[in-house]
Design a protein around this ligand. Structure first.
Ligand SMILES: Cc1cc2nc3c(=O)[nH]c(=O)nc-3n(C[C@H](O)[C@H](O)[C@H](O)COP(=O)(O)OP(=O)(O)OC[C@H]3O[C@@H](n4cnc5c(N)ncnc54)[C@H](O)[C@@H]3O)c2cc1C
Length: 423
């Protein structure tokens, strides 16, 4: 199948349901496939194996995700789809072989994140919450037994993970966490609430952060636990009704005298804040890649539409008001990819990437909002309809200057790291 064919099929399928839908010519689809950037950057940035892998991921998305990408926006995504993603090896590129991964690193995870997000953002948010947000703390700090029991089934896609940091009273200020875990004999009893937890109501396991010593600062008094969501005392208050990311479930959770054994502690007692900070570096790099995906599809649709749509006797791309928007989109996408790959490569080399991951996430998420917004503008009235997926990507993209560290917090972190380096 020639590259890019899926998009022709994708829109053809939708055209059937909407006679008024704007019709692209197939030749236009052949013109732009979103392959250009990765192709010509191959020798400079991407290895041959990474390019080959990207094509494999695209082939999987063509078969399993694009045909249902619009439908699953009504949510939730079919449970079996996450299993298929796991079976295709797309949950474990950055995990060890012992837990079923392929040990290829974060530079491969960002390829998966971009490709699946270009089809459906909420689905990748759910996948990533399971394998990266939950998976990386377990991978990096778990014992061999914990990894076997609580990570391997997640990498296979058989079980779902989530991460519980945010609470009703605690968002950006994670050190102000209220959830408490109290020792009782060999057990720990956890009380508290976690809000906005991706996969929360679907998850089998949660990496849950709680205060275990309220007498010291959270940096020393916070501990990470693996929670089995079947434990007594765990409940789902509700799933949040969201603006976008409709294919995922994002939940408010409650833990009421929830008893878990001490072998569910992740890392050391009091190491929770360190684990949380460590997790955020990989999370932010992967979110940056997702943002490129949310931006890429609206960008491609806008290019094609502006070439086909005629006003005043010419294609609208002949007007600078339109074509200069495309130029800005291309610039932001390419810069964002380079920033994201830089952070991933550094992470894979074992380097500290707090600044680079923050820069990549901030740049790409603001770019994704701007690009999807401009794409709506280029499509005019059609951009405001659900006939095209552009509005869906705009709604999805809007989350990402909030989740995983707001734009304001990231600016704070970046300047802090810059001053640390320079002074
Ligand atoms: C769809 C969705 C999925 C999510 N998934 C997860 C998940 O899986 N797990 C999880 O733990 N959390 C998750 N979150 C929570 C997310 O990480 C938080 O929403 C985010 O960290 C911000 O916290 P908050 O919403 O409480 O906002 P607040 O911290 O209350 O901030 C509100 C506003 O104040 C600004 N602000 C706060 N402090 C400062 C400051 N020092 N300087 C300047 N401005 C400041 C913020 O930037 C923001 O604009 C998710 C959220 C959403 C919406």
């Amino acid at each position: 199948m020639p590259q890019g064919t899926w998009r022709i099929k994708y829109y053809k399928k939708n055209l059937k349901n909407s006679p008024s839908r704007y019709k692209f010519k197939e030749s236009v689809f052949e013109m732009s496939r979103g392959f250009t950037m990765v192709d010509y950057l191959s020798d400079i940035f991407w290895t041959e194996d990474e390019l080959k892998f990207r094509k494999e991921v695209r082939a999987f998305c063509d078969k399993e995700i694009y045909p249902i990408a619009d439908d699953i926006d009504k949510g939730p995504y079919p449970r079996d789809l996450l299993r298929k993603i796991g079976q295709a090896g797309l949950m474990g590129v950055h995990h060890d072989k012992e837990v079923g991964g392929t040990e290829r690193g974060l530079s491969y995870e960002i390829i998966v994140a971009e490709e699946i997000s270009a089809a459906n953002g909420g689905l990748d948010m759910a996948r990533m919450a399971s394998t990266t947000l939950y998976g990386m703390p377990v991978a990096r700090f778990g014992t061999a037994e914990q990894k076997k029991k609580y990570l391997e089934p997640v990498v296979k896609g058989d079980k779902i993970g989530c991460i519980g940091i945010t609470e009703p009273d605690v968002g950006s200020d994670t050190a102000g966490m209220k959830t408490q875990a109290t020792r009782d004999g060999d057990d720990w009893v956890i009380n508290g609430e976690k809000r906005f937890i991706t996969n929360g109501s679907q998850a089998d396991f949660m990496c849950c952060f709680a205060i275990t010593n309220p007498d010291v600062k959270s940096k020393k008094g916070m501990t990470a636990f693996i929670v089995d969501t079947k434990a007594d005392g765990f409940s789902v208050v509700k799933d949040h009704d969201l603006l976008g990311m409709k294919s995922a479930r994002v939940s408010w959770l409650k833990m009421d005298d929830m008893r878990i054994s001490s072998d569910m502690i992740l890392g050391d007692l009091g190491q929770g804040f360190h684990i949380l900070m460590d997790e955020l570096d990989s999370e932010r790099t992967a979110i940056a890649a997702e943002a490129i995906g949310y931006a890429r599809t609206p960008y491609e649709v806008a290019i094609k539409y502006s070439n086909e749509r005629e006003q005043f006797g010419r294609p609208i791309r002949a007007f600078e008001g339109v074509s200069f928007k495309i130029a800005d989109m291309a610039m932001k996408l390419e810069a964002g990819r380079a920033l994201t790959l830089t952070a991933a490569r550094m992470y894979d080399k074992g380097m500290k990437i707090t600044k680079e991951a923050s820069i990549a996430k901030l740049f790409t998420t603001e770019a994704a909002i701007a690009i999807s917004n401009d794409a709506i503008q280029i499509l005019g009235g059609m951009g405001y309809t659900t006939d095209y997926p552009v509005e869906r990507f705009y709604r999805d993209a809007r989350l990402m200057t909030i989740g995983g560290g707001t734009a304001e917090i990231l600016r704070f972190l970046i300047q802090r790291e810059v001053f640390k380096e320079m002074l």
